[in-house]
Design a protein around this ligand. Sequence first.
Ligand SMILES: NC(=O)c1ccc[n+]([C@@H]2O[C@H](COP(=O)([O-])OP(=O)(O)OC[C@H]3O[C@@H](n4cnc5c(N)ncnc54)[C@H](O)[C@@H]3O)[C@@H](O)[C@H]2O)c1
Ligand SMILES: [Zn+2]
Length: 352
Amino acid sequence: MEKILIESAQPYQVCIGQNILPQAGALAAEVLQPATLALVMDETVAAYYGREAKAAFQQAGFQVAEYFFPAGEQAKSMDRLAHLLEFLAEKGLGRNDCIAALGGGVTGDLAGLAAALYQRGIAYIQLPTTLLAAVDSSVGGKTAVNLQSGKNLAGAFWQPRLVLCDCQTFATLPQAEISAGAAECVKYAVLSDPALLQQLTDCALDAPWQQIVQLCVRYKADIVRMDEKEQGLRQLLNLGHTIGHAAERLSDYSIRHGEAVAMGLMIISRAAEKMSLARDGISAEIAAALRALRLPLHCPYAAEQLAEIALTDKKRRGEHINLVLPEDIGKCRIYPLPIEQLLPLIASGMED
Ligand SMILES: NC(=O)c1ccc[n+]([C@@H]2O[C@H](COP(=O)([O-])OP(=O)(O)OC[C@H]3O[C@@H](n4cnc5c(N)ncnc54)[C@H](O)[C@@H]3O)[C@@H](O)[C@H]2O)c1
Ligand SMILES: [Zn+2]
């Protein structure tokens, strides 16, 4: 098992390995007093791994209260959050009790925000079971639900006490979910690692995911150490996301987050290349990786629709919007774009 330390204000370990879910209770007991633990999971994940996770926590002395919800992005809502908070209160959880999020990014974001809010903040741990949650959402303490007005608009920075990633759980993921998680891996590669982009292109869906999770988490750990609250550097991790989030919302979340990130990556890299801000050929290299990973290269919405929604994004700062632009594979920068230039930029990035 590999352990990576996240040096946030309250440091914690990310444990990555195969078949380590049964150790979740023992590892949690090292950082938390065994108490009541609300085990939050969607119904799909519960059917696969709920029993094993529950037993692991019970064996370590935790009292487990299970909370189930229907799978899907729709669960990242104020209604679902309120329902979960009421559940915690009904089960009598106090400030020394804790939450465990077993599942993908939806579960982690929802349960993490409930942990941040309940009784002004209780401990939680992340047990990611999707590639996307493993490489990205389970690490770094960003939690949120969506509002009608946009994605992730109500949230908090609230760090978990432990992340335990059992890569064996990826075995039951449908191919489309592996692809979606791989889009975030392509994002890391474009930000920092040309060799990773090549590896993802060559190995495609047969990539050695555990090794790639370790690489991506180490990279995210570096960024979170330097900028936990996203004042500057951490904004780089939004590469492909401003436009991606707009596509996700336009689809009413029928496009997966990772698929939307792939569309966002393509639009921004084509646009950067056409504006001569990026090296010639980089969008074709990114496209080759995304194609190999069976991710979409084109977005089904019009530039006008995407621009309108992107302007409501959290990254907007008055008359500018902070966009992350790739200059080369492994070299990106934060670019404050005047808002009137957003529509032409997206339009130029729509086609090859
Ligand atoms: N907080 C952050 O820093 C951060 C970063 C990136 C993404 N996100 C958020 O993460 C969310 C997307 O996460 P996701 O892609 O994991 O979605 P998800 O949680 O909806 O999981 C995707 C699907 O896979 C199923 N599933 C999960 N694990 C499984 C397994 N092992 N076997 C079989 N099926 C399994 C789920 O039931 C679900 O249907 C988005 O809401 C996005 O905004 C957050
Ligand atoms: Zn993302």
